[in-house]
Design a protein around this ligand. Structure first.
Ligand code: A3P
Length: 313
């Protein structure tokens, strides 16, 4: 990191997560919170990412279905290149197949000439996307999820990443922090709102997908996704079961049981692949929330998103 960038980051509001035993400090930049490393990567991306009209940005807040969306989009756009039994999704964590803007902008730009993969993933809020994204008019797919399940998913992911037991990482504190808007790329409500407003202004450019809808109606939503990103399924492909095969390939049951996702770790990375595959259960929040917590989140969600018609409770 350049010293000037370091200096800028040090001047920003900071918050040390006490429930993570002080192991993580978040910084607030352009109204969102994130770790120093991701923030620096995000600023670098704002300065150097040159989106092209053919790019497809896969956008999400953490723990809302990023891994699933990336797997589906990758399987859709590479279905002619790879035979089902030879897709890299079987041997690599999907985060190694689809680049992440805040960590890999230099690689993305450096590979432009050699790579035909149009996909780039990011957690940046809409307002903080590099200017080239709007200028290029490239497509954006946004996935969102029931806030209560996001809170639980976020709790376990960050706790396990820091190697803390549940006894050592009080859920109540993680919950309060999330409610205060201090979550990775949070406040989560603002993250959704930013993309939601943009999707109303330019619906042809932004597809909104709900994690729970994708689960309940995978076929129609996967077809929607494929069409939106410019890789629609032909009638013959549908008849041949290509849509169903992609859904099965990318299912939690399949991907979470692959050896690479059970025991693997990306080269040079510190997080185990299994952390991206926990339970994938709708309503797991019921095992953690008190009645008061439920009321608090419902109230906050009504206040912040009630007018949108988005159902997140
Ligand atoms: P849980 O913690 O509730 O199990 P992200 O990919 O944005 O980090 O989100 C992770 C969440 O998505 C985790 O939720 C994880 O289990 C779930 N997930 C990962 N792969 C999935 C898949 N193929 N289908 C459905 N859910 C998936």
């Amino acid at each position: 990191m350049s010293s000037s960038m370091e200096e800028v980051v040090e001047t920003l509001p900071q918050h040390t997560c006490s429930w993570l035993k002080g192991k993580i400090t978040m910084h607030k930049y352009q109204d969102f919170w994130t770790s120093k490393q991701l923030l620096v990567g995000g600023i670098l991306a704002q300065q150097s990412f040159k989106a092209e009209p053919s790019d497809v940005l896969l956008c999400s807040a953490p723990k809302t279905g990023t891994t699933w969306l990336k797997s589906l989009a990758f399987a859709i756009v590479t279905r002619e290149k790879y035979d089902e039994s030879a897709t890299p999704l079987l041997t690599k964590l999907v985060h190694e197949c689809v680049p992440f803007l805040e960590r890999q902008v230099e690689e993305i730009e450096g590979n432009r000439k050699n790579s035909s993969l149009p996909l780039v993933a990011t957690h940046l809020p809409y307002a903080s996307l590099p200017n080239s994204v709007a200028a290029s008019n490239c497509k954006i797919v946004y996935i969102y999820r029931n806030i209560k399940d996001v809170i639980v998913s976020n709790y376990h992911f960050r706790r396990e990443a820091m190697k803390l037991s549940m006894e050592d990482a009080p859920f109540e504190e993680a919950f309060e922090e999330f409610c205060q808007g201090i979550s990775s790329y949070g406040p989560y409500w603002d993250h959704i709102l930013g993309y939601w407003k943009a999707s109303l202004e330019t619906p042809e450019r932004i597809l909104f997908l709900k994690y729970e809808d994708l689960k309940r109606k995978p076929t129609s939503n996967v077809k929607r996704l494929a069409e939106f990103i410019g890789h629609p399924f032909s009638v013959n492909e549908e008849k041949a079961g290509v849509v169903d095969n992609i859904i099965k390939l990318c299912s939690f049951e399949n991907l979470s049981n692959l050896e690479v996702n059970k025991t693997g770790k990306p080269e040079g990375g510190s997080l185990e692949n299994r952390l991206y595959y926990r339970k994938a259960e709708d309503g797991d929040w019921k095992n953690y929330f008190t009645d008061e917590m439920k009321e608090k989140i419902d109230k906050l969600t009504d206040e912040k998103l009630g007018h949108t018609g988005l159902v997140l409770k």
